[in-house]
Design a protein around this ligand. Structure first.
Ligand code: SF4
Length: 681
């Protein structure tokens, strides 16, 4: 049997058969990485399913919920998806009658089994957890979740109940249900299904956390990365480390290094902070030992204390018991072990009998934070020392002038090529990456750390007719930061409104999208365009999805006016017949990562911009029959396009006799004439 025998439909599109043949050829030659440049409409989902079925044990990662859904809706017989805890309601808390302020149930990410406060927590969720912890005398164990099981695969498979074993990918022993019949945790039910499914669908973020930290999902035969141009961003985000003042201040002497006005290079600054973290890491075992001694004094249950010490021995320091003995001697001599927690307990309003329990809870919480912080520092230092010159750090401050203090420090790798294998690709023996915007294969493979010798690049030529996607340019001026923000050029802002008004007036009955690049432009257009309030839909981070759904469902000719829908939004057919790209979407060089990367890798900036252009203009043309008009307004567009034409989608017809001066009356009339002639009203 060959890969194409597993295609999930009776017939192939021509390009699909071509791709599957190329993959087969590559496999026969011992290749392990396949990069498929698959334009919109090339049937990527069916290709992924064919490859996954051939290998019988596969992960498929996407970065969009809609794409995840598409896999499950189109191929429910082959694949199961697994989603993070935030998508499920905690049944244990629900049964206890615990509800959020708005009346909804708590998600599993804030479930009973997640009540211990960890060092990563933000202040708001830490406070929420504190309130919840206060309610319980002892936090009850939840029996709705499965437990790690020592039985081997075959042993567990004997009773033929597939939900009892994780047959396809368990790296740390299997999970099995402790109790039958009792209502099971929905989060774990779907996770168990995912473990037992030969094809499991994830989003990147959750997959990276689950596979690297939780460890229930181990290596499979194939790892398929859909929308693969996002892998770099996802891995960089996963590897970044943030240490905040609030997370550290429970540790004595952990203040951020005060560099005053000393001018240091990035490399020097990083070194200072790395040594500072090394020192903090060294102090943590002693703090942990102190808390264990405190818990002993509070008569904390012996069995539980043993369990905690065992975890510390494995995770922090194998000599923790010796350290505890040494400290006990030292404390005897000093005869005092007062700290913040004891004074907090002394000041609390609780009556005498409750105070020891309250103190024990606070101390267990602190232990948790110490263990997590130790692990996080160790992980960061391990990655950092491998290649110190390839990291950047950003310091976030709060307060004004004299009262300024460091709020947090953020460490991020500039390149992920050295991490991609260990954090992501190792979960598939064969790796298949699909995307419409892998615009330069060897550049992409280099960024991913993929060996060219092991890699096959399979480009699929675009099939959409260029005449369905014409791009017009209305040059209204250079729409850069300097002109729009620093000089606040009123004429330019005025021209922008006139241009958008003209385009809106050409499509009175059609929906469309305006890619604004930033929310200030969105707000300005909403306020000053003639149809701003009646047709333009703006949004914020919270209501983005709601506004998008309103646009898709409304019978009115609404127009999305947005800086953040350049990707992952499907505006097929009548949901968008025209689109406006206001600015050339150059990445923001005020971002330290972007500017450092640009300095070290000249091609990066051009490449990133080209991806944004391709993604933006691809929102409104989703099939061979689909059509839409695109307008660009920034005077830098024509040069950018002609300089980078080789990177940008061939099925888009750019500026053929369509570069117009603006806003002269003559040019507006010329444009209207051409649009009206072609528009199928
Ligand atoms: S395992 Fe139990 S406590 Fe944890 S989220 Fe599920 S239902 Fe809630």
């Amino acid at each position: 049997m060959v890969v194409k025998d597993f295609f999930p439909h009776e017939e192939f599109r021509e390009q699909q058969e071509y791709v599957l043949d190329k993959i087969q050829e590559g496999l026969d030659r011992g290749k392990i990485n396949f990069i498929i440049q698959a334009p919109t409409g090339s049937g990527k989902t069916a290709l992924s399913i064919a490859i996954a079925r051939y290998f019988k044990s596969a992960y498929i990662c996407t970065n969009q919920k809609s794409l995840q859904k598409q896999y499950i809706e189109d191929y429910p017989q082959y694949a199961n998806e697994v989603t993070g805890r935030g998508n499920w309601t905690c049944k244990a808390l629900q049964e206890m009658g615990e509800k959020k302020e708005d009346g909804s149930g708590y998600p599993c990410s804030e479930g009973l089994c997640k009540l211990s406060v960890d060092e990563e927590e933000d202040e708001e969720s830490e406070n929420k957890k504190h309130k919840m912890i206060e309610k319980f005398e002892v936090i009850p164990e939840c029996d709705r979740k499965p437990v790690k099981c020592d039985l081997g695969y075959e042993e567990q498979g004997k009773d033929n109940q597939s939900s009892h074993f994780a047959g396809f990918s368990s790296s740390r022993g299997s999970l099995c249900w402790k109790t039958k019949g009792h209502e099971k945790c929905e989060y774990y039910v779907q996770k168990m299904k995912g473990l037992n499914s030969p094809i499991t669908i994830f989003n990147y973020n959750y997959f990276l956390i689950e596979s690297n930290y939780v460890g229930d999902f181990g290596e499979r035969e194939v790892l398929i990365a859909d929308e693969g141009h996002n892998i770099e961003f996802q891995i960089a985000n996963f590897i970044k480390f943030t240490f905040s003042n609030r997370n550290l201040n429970f540790l004595p002497g952990s203040n951020f290094p005060d560099l005053g006005d000393i001018e240091l290079t990035m490399k020097e600054k990083l070194e200072v902070y790395a040594f500072w973290l090394e020192n903090i890491k060294k102090t943590i075992p002693e703090e942990i030992a102190k808390e264990v001694i405190n818990l002993e004094k509070l008569n904390y249950p012996e069995k539980e204390l043993h369990r905690i010490v065992k975890i510390i021995r494995n995770k922090v320091d194998s000599r923790i018991e010796d350290l505890i003995d040494v400290l006990k001697e030292r404390i005897k001599e000093k005869r005092s072990n007062e700290d913040n927690i004891s004074s907090l307990v002394a000041r609390s309003q609780k009556d005498r009998s409750e105070k020891p329990k309250y103190e024990a809870r606070l101390r267990v919480e602190r232990l948790n934070k110490l263990v997590n912080l130790h692990g996080k520092i160790a992980r960061f230092l391990l990655e950092y020392w491998k290649n110190p010159s390839k990291w950047i750090m950003e310091i976030k401050e709060k307060g004004k002038e004299k009262d300024k203090e460091i709020e947090s420090v953020n460490f991020k790798p500039i390149f992920i090529n050295e991490y991609a294998e260990s954090k992501f690709f190792r979960f598939g023996k064969i790796r298949v990456i699909l995307s419409a915007t892998i615009l330069d294969c060897s550049y992409f493979a280099g960024n991913m750390g993929l060996n060219p010798e092991d890699t096959v690049f399979i480009p699929i030529p675009p099939t959409f007719p260029p005449e369905n996607h014409g791009v017009y340019h209305l040059s209204i001026g250079k729409l850069n930061f300097e002109n729009l923000v620093l000089n606040n050029d009123r004429i330019l802002w005025g021209n922008l409104v006139v241009a958008v008004d003209v385009i809106l007036s050409m499509f009175p009955k059609y929906k469309g999208i305006i890619h604004t690049s930033n929310s200030d432009i969105s707000k300005y257009l909403k306020s000053y365009c003639k149809e701003g309030h009646s047709r333009l839909l703006t949004h914020n981070q919270q209501n983005r999805l709601e506004v998008l759904n309103h646009h898709l469902e409304s019978p009115e000719p609404t127009v999305l006016c947005t800086p953040s829908m350049t990707e992952g939004v499907d505006l097929a057919d009548d949901s968008s017949r025209f689109q406006i790209l206001i600015k050339v979407p150059f990445p923001d060089i005020s971002d330290l990562y972007i500017s450092t990367r640009k300095d070290k890798d000249k091609f990066f900036y051009k490449y990133k911009t080209a991806i944004s252009v391709c993604q933006s203009i691809g929102r409104s043309i989703r099939s061979e029959e689909d059509w839409a008009y695109t307008f660009t307004l920034d005077s830098r567009f024509p040069k950018y396009i002609s300089d980078h034409r080789s990177l940008i989608n061939e099925s888009v017809s750019f500026y053929e006799k369509r570069i117009l001066d603006f806003p002269s009356e003559k040019s507006i009339q010329k444009l209207k004439k051409e649009i009206f002639r072609n528009l199928p009203f």
